[in-house]
Design a protein around this ligand. Sequence first.
Ligand code: ATP
Ligand code: MG
Length: 323
Amino acid sequence: MTEQLLEARDLRVDFGQGREAVRGVDLTVARGETVALVGESGCGKSLTALALMDLLPPGARASGSARLGDTELIGRDERTMRRIRGDRIGMIFQDPMSALNPTTTVGTQIAEVLAIHTSMGRRERRRRALELLDSVGIPDPAVRAKQMPHELSGGMRQRVMISIALAGSPELLIADEPTTALDVTVQAQVLALLRERTRDTALLFITHDMGVVAEIADRVAVMYAGSVVESGPVAKVLEAPEHPYTAALLRSVPDPDRPAIGDLPTIPGQVPSVGEHIEGCPFRPRCASATDECATAPALVTTGESAVACWNPRTDLLSEVAR
Ligand SMILES: Nc1ncnc2c1ncn2[C@@H]1O[C@H](COP(=O)(O)OP(=O)(O)OP(=O)(O)O)[C@@H](O)[C@H]1O
Ligand SMILES: [Mg+2]
C-alpha cells in the first residue's frame, strides 16, 4: 500500500443550520502524486480546498477529518494552521491578483515568504527570490523582482504565485483552477511548469477541464453535490468510468476520438443546491441507470485503486457506450 500524504475522511463544510455545501468528501493524495479534483461548477471543489487550509469564508465551518501525514488539519487553531500553510501546504488560486499584494514588488513578496518559512538571512532571501523567479521561467529575474504585480502579465503573475507557493518547499501543493483565467497558450506553459516543478511534491489540482486532467494527473476524483462519487487512476476513470455521472460528463464531449478533452459538458437536470435535503443517491434524479435501490445513498466502495459510490456501476468501456 502506498503511503498517503493527505487523507480526508467525511470532510464537510456547513454554512450553519445544517446548510451543507461539502457533504462528506473522501480523498487521498500520496506523496509525489498528482490528483485532479473535478466536477461541475458549485459541487464544492473550492470549499474542499479551503477547508483543508482553514481558509473558509466567514460563516462556513469544516468538520470531519483531513490528515496531512500525522497532523490533523480540521479544527486546529489559527497559529498552527498559519505555520502549516506555506510550510507544509502551498496554494495557488485562479486569480493571482487577489492573492498577491498590489503595493509590494514581487521580489519583496517572495522574500517575505522566505522570511516566514526559512531561517535564511536577508541577503540570502534576496538571492533565493531571484533564483525562484528564474526557476519558474521568468526572464530577467533581477528586473522583474523590482516590479509590482500589475506590471506583469497574467501568466507571469501565475508563475510568481507558483514560485511563492513552492518557496517554503511544501509537501502538498493545492492548485484551484490555476490556469482557467489564462489564454490557451499561456495555460499550456503554466501547466507544463507546474508538472515539472511538482515532480516530487504532491499536487491536488482542481479543475473542470477533463483535458487538463488527462494531461496532468495520476489519479482523478470526481465530485458531485459535495461528495466524491468516483476516484481512480486517470486512464481507468477516463476509459472505463463506473459512475453514470462520470460517464455522462465524458460521453457528452463532442469529439469521440478524444473523449477526455474540453470543459465539462452540461448534463440535463440540476445539481442539488447548498443545504438542499438529499435523499438517497444525489445523482438519482438525473441518472438514466437509477433503480429503486438508489433511494438509499450508496457508500463510496473501494476496490483496488478505484472507488465508486453507485448501486449500478457501469462495466463497459466508454468507447462502447452508445452515443
Ligand atoms: N461564502 C459562501 N456563502 C454561501 N454559499 C457559498 C459560499 N461560498 C460558496 N458557496 C456555495 O457553495 C457551493 C460550492 O462552492 P464551491 O466554490 O466550492 O464550488 P466549486 O466546485 O469550486 O465551483 P466552481 O467550479 O464554480 O469553482 C456553491 O453552490 C456556492 O454557491
Ligand atoms: Mg471553485
